[in-house]
Design a protein around this ligand. Structure first.
Ligand SMILES: O=C(O)c1ccccc1N[C@@H]1O[C@H](COP(=O)(O)O)[C@@H](O)[C@H]1O
Length: 237
């Protein structure tokens, strides 16, 4: 079966989860995807064995969960065998390679493993020269070009992003970078992405290791639901 990351638009991905209670909150509140950061350079890094315990703990505390957000692994220039090990250990639905290495080997690995992959475009390259890599990504993610590859709360150019959404159609294009409950409705309206992805904008103030704020996640889910309802021409429930 072909890998898929399909969710109703706009989707919501909360990235850089490090605690069982945050995984549980995302499942309970109806977040579409969660990102798990397997890059040791990130403050949101999840070491493989510690991460397994977090997942087991989240499941143990929430055994009746019928809904589980799709898990996306974030990697920075990671060796391919390490990526494959994480896909298996976490039953990842997708990999999100960042960094400076070419993406094609990761795309080919994702295809071999039968999982989706996310192509991250950092910054604002010329749209007329943009070509989807092969094998094609199931999702494109637009993010700001920042030192440390991501997760710094910096916005990308929303006018450029709105054009990229159109230029890359029909591939679903999501947006990341500096999104939070206070601007999520604006970015959804202005850019019309297939989804939004955020890390720092869903965190507790002073979070040191990616600790998320349940109230912020709930507000993001409400904004997503309003946007979905208005796309369908109906008020949100
Ligand atoms: O979050 C990180 O630490 C990180 C590290 C390396 C690569 C990507 C990372 N995060 C990605 O960046 C976006 C945007 O983050 P923010 O909302 O601006 O804080 C996040 O969604 C991740 O996909």
């Amino acid at each position: 079966m072909a890998a898929s990351l399909a969710v109703a638009a706009p989707g919501l991905k909360v990235c850089g989860l490090t605690r069982a209670e945050d995984l549980r909150a995302c499942a309970e509140l109806g977040v579409d995807m969660v990102g798990l950061n397997f890059w040791p350079g990130s403050k949101r890094f999840l070491e493989l064995d510690a991460g397994r315990r977090v997942l087991e703990q989240a499941r143990g505390e929430h055994p009746a969960a019928r809904f589980e957000p799709a898990r996306v692994g974030v990697f920075v220039d990671a060796p391919l065998d390490a990526v494959a090990a994480h896909v298996e250990a976490w039953s990842l639905a997708a990999i999100q390679p960042h960094g400076d290495a070419p993406v094609e080997p990761y795309a080919a690995l994702a295809q071999r493993l039968g999982v989706a992959w996310v192509w991250v475009i950092r910054g604002t390259p010329a749209l007329e020269r943009l070509r989807l890599p092969e094998p094609a990504p199931q999702l494109v993610l637009l993010d700001a070009a920042v030192p440390g590859y991501g997760g710094a709360g910096h916005r990308t150019d929303w006018d450029w992003a709105a054009q990229a959404v159109i230029a890359l159609s029909p591939t679903p294009v999501w947006i990341a970078g500096g999104i939070h409950p206070g601007n999520v409705t604006e970015v959804l309206g202005q850019v019309r992405p297939a989804g939004v992805d955020l890390a720092s904008g869903a965190e507790l103030s002073g979070a040191r290791q990616g600790e998320k704020d349940r109230a912020a996640i709930a507000a993001l889910v409400r904004a997503r639901d309003h946007a979905r309802a208005s796309l369908r021409g109906k008020p949100a429930d």
